[in-house]
Structure formats: C-alpha cells, structure tokens
Write a protein of this length. Structure first.
Lengths: 278, 357, 270
C-alpha cells in the first residue's frame, strides 16, 4: 500500500516538474534552430551560441546583471534579517502588524508604481541614474521578501532558548550569533535566494531607474524583442540556465558529501543540520 | 553563523570578479567617458555594423541604450539624472519636447548632408524648418493581410476591418492614437480630432469592431502574421517590411481615406554632454550609403532621397513603403493633443479593450 | 534590550522611510491631483463612479482569485510531497530555477506552444480534435499566470511544512488518527501560515499583472496593472494611476487583515 502511494506521488511531482520545465525546454530546443524564429525548426546550428560570445555588449550586460543581483540580494538579506529580528522583538501585536503591512507594501505594489515612485524619489534627491540607482532599488524591493522568509523561522524558534541563554550569562551578540542566526539560517538563505530571483526577474523597476548606458539583461531583452526575440537570447538563457543548474546540483552534492562525512565521524547528529542546505 | 559569513564572503568575492571583468570589458571597448556618445534609441532600430563603422571612422565610442515608448523616453530625459547626447523620439513627442524647451536648437552649419533628404519630409508642422530635429526614419500605419486567406485587393479601406468574415481574425496594434485614429479616419475625421462628438462617434464605432478583434498586441504582431495566426492586422509599415521578407503572402495597404504618417527624428536634449559627438553621428547617418544600409537592415522608410537611389529597385518602387504622392496627401502627422485629450483618447481605447460581446 | 532593538531597526527603518513611506506618501499625494496639477478628489470620484474602472477591478479580483486558487491547488500537494522526498532541498531549488529565465522569454515560449501552428495544436490535430484557438483566451492567460506564480506559492508552504515537528505527526498517529485525520487536524493547520504567505505572495501581484495580459491575453484581459501602466507610461496622468495604486494598497491592507496574525494563536503553535 505504502509503495503504491509513493509511486503516485512521484508521478505527480514528475508532472509538476514537466509543466515547470516545458517552456524552458522549448527555449533550449530552439536555441539550436538555424531558422531564426521560435516556431519552425529548420536545422541544427551552433551559430546562436557563437553570436553570444561575439556580442561583447551582451556579455557586459550579463556581468552587470549578475553583479546587481548578487550584491543587491546580499544587502537585502542583511538588512531584511535584521529587520525581521526587529519585528520579532516587537511585543505589541498592533505595532507588529502595522510594520508587517508596511513591509509588504513593496511586495504587492505593481512594479510600475514602484519604478515610478523610485524615479520620483531619485529625481527629488538629485540622484544620478545608473548602476547605483538600480542597485538601491533592487535592494529596496528585495528586503520585504527576506523579512517574510525569515520571520516564520523566528516565530518557530523556541523563545525559552533565548531566555535560557541570557540567564546563563550570554550577551546580546552571543545570543544573536549562537542561537538566533543558526536557527533562522534556512530562512535567510531562502530569503537571499528569493531576493536573487526577484532581482534577476525584474524588468519594470529597472527600466524606470536605469540610465546613462547601464542596462540589465531583462531590460535589454525587452528592448530587443521589438524585432522578435532573437535566438541569440535563447542561447544565452540556455547557457545561464545550465550554469545555474550545474551550480545548484554541484553545490548540493558537495554539501551532501561533507555532511555524510561528518555523519560517519559523529553518529546521531542529524536532523536540522542535514537539511540546512538551502 | 560561520556558514553565513563564508557564504557572504564568497558572494562578495564573486561580485568583485564580476565588477572587475565588467570594467575590463568596458575598457576593451574603449569607453572612458570623454569620447563617448550616449545614444538613446528605440530597440533594434539601427544596423549594429554601422555603429562599429562610426566608431572606427570617428574614434567616438557609442554607448547604446534603448527605450520602448516615447513616454518612457520622455520620463528619462526629463528626469535630469541622465545625459543622453542623441535621442530618437517620434514627431508628437518632439513637438512636446520643443514646447517644454528640452531640446537644443540645432546649428545647421554643423550638419552636412541635409541636401540628401527628401524635401517633402522636411519642414513639417511639428518642427518648422527642422530647427530641432533631423529625420531618421518615417513610415505609415496601414492594414496588412495574408492572401492565403483573403483575396488580394479585397481589403482597401479601414471599413473592411468591420467585415463579418473576419470574425475573431483581426489583430490590432496596442496604441490609443493609432486605433482611435483609424476609427476617426474611417468616419472621415482627422486623426487629430479634438471634437468630443466625433470622438464619441469613433469610440462607438470601435466597440462594434470587438467581435472581429482577436487580440490587441504590440511588436508580436510581426511574429503572428509571419506564422499566419491571423489573416488581418493593423500595424506600422516598417514592421510589415520585415514580415514580408519572411512570408511572401502578406500585402500592405494604406487606406486612401487617410492614415497616419509618422517620423522618428534625431534630437539633442539640453542635458547632452557630448554635443559634438551627436553632430558627428547625425552627419554620419546622413551619408547616403549609411542611410541606405540602415534602411535595408531596419526595414523602415528612409527620408534620404539619395539613399533611396542606392537601394534595390524592388524596395523603393514598392508603393507599400514609398507611397505615391497622391496617397501621401491624405496622410496626417500626429499632433501633440495635450494631456487632456491624450487622456480622453486613452480612456476610450481602454474601454474598447474591455468591451466584450 | 532597547539598544539591540535600535541596532536591528536602524538599517531597516531607513529602508522603510526612504523606499516605503516616502513613495507611499508620494503616491497618496499624487492621487489628489489632476493632470493640470490642481488639488482634487475627482480621481477617486472617477474611479468609483466609472463603470470601466469598477468592471476592471471586479475582473482583476476575479482573475487573481482564480490564479491564486489554481496555484494553491497545484502547489500544496507539490510542497507536501516535496518535503517527503529524499533530496528535498535539491528538488526545491529546481522548482525555483525556472524563475531565473526571463519572463518575456517564457511568454514567447508559451506563445510558440499555444499558437495556431504550435505544439499543442499540432498535437490536437494529431489526435483528431482539430485546431483550436488557445492563445488570447482566458484559459491560456490563467494557465500562464499560474505557471509564473507557482514557485512563489510552493516556497512558503514548503518552508512551513518542513519546519513542522515530525513528532506531532507521530503523536497523532500514535493516538490513533489515520492519515487523513492527521493531515486535516495536524499538518494542514500547522502549514496554514505558509499558505497565508503564499496567498499573499500570489494574490495581490496577480491583481496587477500587466505584461502577460498583452502577450498571452492579447489585451482581452485587462487588469488594474494594465490601467496603472497606461496612466504612468502613456497618458502621464499620474494622479489617476496613483489613485488606482492607492486602491490596490488598501486592498493589500484588507488582505493582510484577513490573512494576518489572529488574536487567538492556533492550538498547535509552540
């Protein structure tokens, strides 16, 4: 009986994955098309890939995009985590709910409004548009998702632990680094990951606040789409996708390997630590 | 904690590497800031080979940024935190930017090759004597249809779009001025109408088009028409040129009762930092062989009469893209209607899009 | 304790002030001005009196509701089953990975899949059903929108389920509850916070989708996001755009009130 349900669940997951990956496989498939469009496959070619590497402008934009994404999500993760702890420490339910609502405003506002209001803001302070304005905006719209990811972990943390630590003479810094942060690490990592995703994905906000020749991949793709999306972009996305895939899978198995090793050394310590990967 | 710190360090290191390589790449392209031309243009609206050629000839380095609507461009240039040296807006936006004193008055003594341009396309109402702008491309709005599904010649007028045989088969470009304009034209009014009764009548007529409309889309029309998703579409002439290269069954008509004539012109905003480079680029693009090469790449109609002579006969003799003088007479250029009427046009268009039956 | 609070709050408050409060005030301020720059309540009057905007609001809510529902229906079992798999962390990462591919590109892929001569239609012809108009229908719009949102729903639910103390489940079955009862009385209530976060993360952004409405819906589906985009980018009637924005923000607050923390904490909370 148990075996049978197991199979059904696998089938379901398989279907979900197939659905999630169908358009991506479609994109990858057509990145090898020499016909120039994403509709009819006329023949196999590597041309789209060579075009990517010859396009130094595109390569520059890819680097900039990754830089903005990595850095903005790091800053967002730091600020967001501190903010989440701050919100957690607030005792009054009303204040906390107000803070949370404020926090969520950016998450739920349409990108166009966020972009436009940030633009007004930068204009107001006389800020020069370019890398920094894009970076700041990405940090800004990534913070709330980090807070949302970290807060549940804090709430699930056992409050007596903190009290106990304080009773045992630990100072605030020790409580933070030895008890709170380890407990919420999965949340922080998930938050970082989501922030990174948001940053990579964002078009509208960047579109408003960029300037002086700075561009990210999403903005570049949108402006190139005027003549129909070129398969060069497909090839580029394929490469980035495979790179991310290798990174994710590779990281996972390295992690697994080191955990297994640890396990052999010290039996019994499992649970939390083994699953703190993300 | 240790893991978090390590991770943060790794990420920072990666950022360093990215920053370094991105800088290297910029330097390899010769961008130093002083000799850079900041060009702000529509997406994919220039032959990249020409940019390379310009860089080789003049020593300037082109930093190319793109926009997807006049309004987005306007917001950016108006914001002040940017320094674009050369921008390519459409005519109604140029009129507005002139009104708002955002543009530098051009020094015609610094411009070489103005004589190559077709005099019919100069000195338009939106910029008399071309004091602020130099034409880059121009074109029309019309109907494109597929002869596989529609008999050749059976579509001539805007009213043909309302034909019941095209139920759920018409694609429209997503532009309030364009779609309201075609309704106004079909009723014999001006595309620049500010008469409330005329606008209401046009809007009512549009609502009855809903049954035939399959989708209101933008640049994707090109792809759809090539793939034969629809048999009829309303779009810009330049888009159609691209379509026809891919699908020979397509035909383009400019309804004789009137349609839109549009321009995309070079202008130099007051925020420009490298005006000399901007003039150099204008002059470069005015050279007939460059203009011809660009027109063949982009597919829109070039304003350069000398360039037209250099182009293959089948392109320039095509009345679909270089219409006869008679057709030209019925074409109207969009005027800047002012915010109130732009709002009214858009409200009607929004209602039309929401109209379902 | 006061000092630590200040330490945690300092960067966060600066962010709140600069990037949340300031824009919020700006939007609220803008919403009281017409195109000519006169102070007015007319924007709100227009919004609540015009059939166009009210229909649009209703449509948006309706579509957002359906999108959230579909997403939830697909995501909950996925998250539930994912937690039980062997390499769950890896699978979760693989769920997120598709979001790294540009939305426009994915939309174009869907266009290719759904178009008249696309993959699905070729299949329909092959099975003898014949070509169907799929693109520009409500079905395709809902499908693609749900597709985009699924990872954002799976993640919080997964997190909630993963954090669950396995001893509760064990205790439940030890006490004689069957699988369904355990799920209904233990697992689901405990994962409710994740579901709430997921619903929040999906519902309100769905109210204001605008790219997909054109690309997949062919502008036959018009949401509040479309109107906002229009007002900010085309008509430059920032007052009206801001008014719709304010309405959305109010909707968000209401949403938070409904799904937010309840006075009575659940019986199973630690």
């Amino acid at each position: 009986m148990a075996k049978k349900t197991f199979k059904w669940s696998n089938l379901y997951l398989l279907l979900v994955f197939a659905l999630l990956y169908a358009p991506i496989m479609y994109l990858i498939f057509y990145s090898f098309n020499d016909g120039g469009t994403m509709t009819s496959f006329t023949g196999f070619t590597w041309d789209n890939y060579t075009a990517v590497f010859e396009d130094s402008r595109l390569m520059g934009i890819v680097l900039d995009t990754l830089l903005v994404a990595l850095l903005s999500s790091l800053l967002a993760a730091i600020i967001g985590t501190l903010g989440a702890i701050g919100v957690y420490l607030v005792k009054q339910r009303k204040t906390r709910n107000t803070l949370l609502s404020m926090n969520n405003i950016l998450l739920v506002s349409p990108d166009v409004i966020i972009g436009a209001s940030f633009l007004i803001l930068f204009t107001f302070i006389g800020f020069r548009l370019g890398f920094t304005s894009v970076l700041l905006s990405h940090v800004a719209f990534s913070i709330p998702i980090v807070v949302l990811m970290v807060l549940p972990k804090l709430q699930e943390m056992n409050p007596t632990m903190i009290k106990a630590a304080h009773d045992l003479g630990a100072n605030n810094w020790q409580v933070l680094t030895k008890i709170v942060l380890p407990a919420i690490t999965p949340g922080i990592l998930a938050g970082y990951f989501m922030a990174f995703t948001y940053s990579l994905d964002d078009f509208a906000v960047t579109f408003f606040v960029t300037g002086n020749g700075f561009s990210t991949l999403a903005v570049e793709i949108y402006s190139r789409a005027r003549q129909g999306v070129s398969l060069e972009i497909n090839a580029l996305s394929t490469l980035m996708f495979l790179f991310a895939l290798i990174l994710v899978v590779g990281y996972y198995f390295i992690q697994q390997y080191s955990i297994n090793k640890k396990h052999k050394q010290q039996h019994g310590r499992k649970g939390k630590e083994a699953v703190t990967l993300l | 904690m240790k893991r978090l710190v390590t991770l943060a360090a790794v990420i920072l290191a990666a950022c360093g590497v990215l920053y370094y390589s991105s800088n290297k790449l910029d330097q390899a392209q010769g961008m130093t800031g002083y000799n850079t031309l900041n060009l702000y243009n529509w997406g994919d609206y220039i032959d990249p080979d020409l940019i390379t050629k310009f860089e080789e000839e003049t020593g300037y380095v082109v930093s190319y940024e793109t926009f997807d609507s006049n309004e987005a461009m306007y917001t950016k240039v108006n914001q002040g935190g940017t320094a674009y040296d050369l921008v390519v807006p459409s005519e109604y936006m140029i009129e507005r930017m002139i009104d708002e004193e955002m543009l530098i008055e051009l020094d015609h003594s610094k411009i070489e090759g103005l004589e190559h341009l077709d005099p019919d396309l100069l000195d338009m109402a939106f910029d008399p004597e071309n004091r602020y702008s130099i034409p880059y491309f121009w074109g029309t709005l019309g109907i494109v249809y597929n002869t596989k599904f529609v008999e050749e010649g059976s579509i001539e007028h805007w009213d043909d779009l309302w034909d019941p045989r095209f139920k759920d088969d018409v694609m429209l470009i997503d532009g309030a001025r364009e779609i309201m304009g075609l309704a106004l034209n079909s009723l014999g009014y001006s595309v620049n109408s500010k008469d409330d009764a005329e606008l209401a009548e046009a809007a009512e007529k549009l609502d009855s088009l809903t049954t035939n409309v399959k989708a209101v889309v933008a640049d994707e029309i090109k792809m759809y028409m090539i793939q034969e998703e629809s048999s009829v579409a309303v779009t810009f002439s330049g888009e159609v040129a691209d379509m026809m290269w891919e699908n020979e069954n397509l035909r383009y008509v400019i309804p004789p009762e009137g349609s839109n004539l549009w321009f995309d012109n070079f202008v130099i905003p007051k925020t420009a930092q490298n005006v000399e480079a901007a003039y150099a680029f204008i002059n470069f693009m005015l050279e007939p062989e460059n203009a011809a090469q660009n027109a063949e790449y982009v597919g829109y109609s070039t304003p350069s009469a000398s360039a037209v002579e250099l182009m293959p006969a089948e392109i320039i003799e095509d009345e679909q893209f270089y219409p006869s003088d008679e057709t030209m007479e019925h074409l109207e250029v969009y005027e800047n209607l002012g915010q109130e009427y732009i709002g009214i046009y858009n409200d009607y268009f929004l209602k039309f899009k929401m109209h379902r039956n | 304790m006061k000092q630590t609070k200040a330490f945690y709050f300092a960067p966060y408050s600066i962010w709140l002030l600069l990037f949340v409060v300031a824009p919020l005030v700006l939007i609220l301020y803008q919403s009281f001005f017409d195109i000519q720059g006169n102070f007015t309540f007319a924007n709100y009057a227009t919004y609540f009196q015009s059939g166009t905007y009210l229909t649009m609001t209703f449509n948006s809510i309706f579509y957002a509701f359906l999108i959230t529902l579909f997403t939830l229906l697909i995501s909950y079992p996925t998250a539930y089953l994912l937690v039980k798999t062997k390499h769950k962390q890896l699978w979760l990462l693989l769920i997120i990975l598709p979001t790294w591919i540009n939305l426009l590109l994915k939309a174009y892929a869907f266009i290719g899949i759904f178009s008249m001569n696309g993959t699905v239609n070729d299949f329909l012809v092959f099975t003898g059903i014949g070509r169907q108009q799929i693109l520009f229908t409500d079905v395709s719009f809902l499908l693609v929108a749900s597709y985009i949102e699924i990872p954002f729903m799976i993640l919080p639910i997964y997190n909630a389920l993963e954090e669950m103390n396995p001893s509760y489940i064990k205790a439940s079955s030890d006490l004689g509850a069957n699988n369904w009862e355990t799920f209904r009385r233990v697992i689901f209530p405990l994962s409710l916070n994740g579901v709430k976060s997921g619903v929040q993360a999906v519902f309100i952004p769905s109210l204001s989708l605008f790219m997909l409405t054109r690309l997949i819906g062919g502008n036959r589906v018009i949401t509040l996001g479309t109107a906002i985009e229009q007002h900010f980018l085309v008509t430059e009637n920032w007052g009206m755009g801001s008014t719709i924005g304010v309405v959305l923000i109010v909707a968000m607050f209401l949403m938070m009130l409904v799904t937010g923390e309840k006075k009575k904490k659940g019986a199973f909370r630690k």
